[in-house]
Design a binder for this molecule. Structure first.
Ligand code: GUN
Ligand code: ZN
Length: 430
């Protein structure tokens, strides 16, 4: 069966951090996207597509904007229930709110409940692909994978390994981290649209033995992604210097244990040295920029355009619940604000939307499957209402072009702006 979606469309032609943004997109005011068996088969002029495919079931979104579904490259689904817990910076926040809540997900029924709540919230915000940390309990990976599978999501997740500096109830060991991760990898990696991600939480909560074991697991399964945290807060850096007194910098610890590579996704990456930036770039690695989290827990101002200019891949992450929102619109807004605060760089709305879609897809090494509207790509779509609230509508009504019309939704929009969502060619009404 063919489905034709009509509306405004944006497609990406190039990376707007290495090509002038003006040359990196195509906008069609009365565009169309043809879907067939879960795949995008044509993108073009809406009337032309309608004339050539009279048998297609047609849905006309009018002035709404049809985009690729959003890609959240860094989230902690188990922290859904503690999002916006008040008043702490990273280490105190982990100990006070996060670890106790993550402990609760050892109960499979609670894990399943939270995984369902999280996946539905993500979908209602137009997120069709996410890369999540689970907890150290294998059941929390299973709960998430099942919830994502039930909803046909393209989803990435892994058991969050920790064997020190965390409550006993959350700690595993080097051997258990390896064995439990391997069993989950074998069960879920490549099943439907699911991928397993090797996941040491971060160096302060993994012993050298555990990092060594997970580095070996990654060497044995090089097609898996590896995700962790890197250089988020200055107090964390001071702690790292005590735990690894011989290490020249934070990233060198991951390098030493085989945890730096092209399929590595490093959350935050704010307080980097020049050497670390060069090493990330040389490795072909990517960072997950999590701007709402960086302001909420007071981490600092990531240099997005500087890192992109040095050839480091970048995706956006909500980092819920250190991040304060489930919304990729709010995440793009915070990305804009942080770049402005850092050095008065004005990221263009095209760059923000690209980061939230194609940039994220590339970060997760699925840039050939999702992240833009093009023939052969999977039919994951978010449809934006560019006038979803009175405040946004009055501003958009005065807009001179598509970017002027879209930026108010990026800055002020929330789930009310998500008019519709398609996952693998199926409509999921938010
Ligand atoms: N560093 C280690 N664990 C976490 C986490 O759960 N959230 C954030 N924001 N940073 C971390
Ligand atoms: Zn995180």
């Amino acid at each position: 069966m063919k489905t034709l979606l009509k509306g405004q469309t944006l497609t990406w032609r190039a990376d707007p951090f290495s090509t002038p943004w003006q040359d990196a997109y195509t906008h069609t005011t009365q565009g169309g996207v043809l879907l067939e068996n879960g795949t995008i088969t044509e993108v073009g002029d809406g009337a032309d597509l309608a004339a050539r495919h009279p048998d297609a079931e047609t849905l006309d979104y009018g002035a709404h904007l049809i985009l690729p579904g959003f890609v959240d490259t860094h989230v902690h689904y188990p922290q859904t229930g503690i999002v916006n817990s008040w008043g702490k910076t990273l280490v105190d926040w982990l100990n006070t709110f996060t670890f106790p809540e993550e402990m609760r997900l050892a109960d499979p029924s609670y894990g399943a409940e939270i995984a369902g709540v999280y996946c539905d919230l993500a979908l209602s915000h137009g997120i069709t692909t996410m890369c999540s940390f689970a907890t150290s309990a294998p059941a929390s990976v299973t709960a998430f994978m099942q919830a994502a599978q039930d909803r046909s999501l393209r989803a990435f997740a892994g058991k969050t390994c920790m064997d020190r500096n965390a409550p006993d109830g959350l700690c595993d060991t080097a051997t258990r981290a390896y064995d439990e991760s391997l069993a989950l990898l074998k069960r879920w990696h490549g099943v439907d649209r699911l991928s397993y991600v090797i996941t040491p939480r971060f160096a302060p909560t993994s012993t050298p033995d555990q990092m060594d074991a997970l580095g070996a697991l990654w060497r044995d399964h090089p097609d898996c992604l590896m995700q962790t945290h890197l250089s988020e807060q200055t107090q964390e850096l001071a702690w790292m210097a005590k735990l690894f007194p011989d290490a020249p910098d934070y990233l060198s610890v991951y390098e030493k244990f085989g945890l730096l590579g092209a399929r590595g996704v490093y959350g935050h990456a704010i307080h980097l040295t020049d050497r670390e930036i060069g090493a990330l770039s040389d490795a072909g690695a990517a960072i997950a920029h999590c701007p709402t989290s960086n302001s909420f827990i007071g981490s600092g101002l990531c240099d997005v355009s500087g890192l992109a200019g040095r050839g480091v891949g970048i995706g956006l992450g909500t980092d819920t619940g250190g991040g304060s929102s489930f919304s990729m619109l709010r995440t793009m807004a915070a990305c804009y604000e942080i770049a402005m605060l850092r050095d008065q760089t004005a990221l263009h709305p095209m760059q923000l939307l690209w980061l939230a879609t194609a940039g994220g897809a590339r970060t997760l090494h699925v840039g050939d499957k999702i992240g833009t509207l093009a023939p052969g790509y999977e039919a994951d779509l978010a449809v934006l209402d560019l006038a979803s609230t009175p405040a946004i509508a009055q501003r958009a009504a005065r807009a001179g072009d598509i970017w002027d019309a879209t930026f108010p939704t990026i800055m002020m929009g929330d789930d009310r702006a998500i008019a519709d969502v398609w996952v693998a060619g199926q409509r999921v009404q938010p």
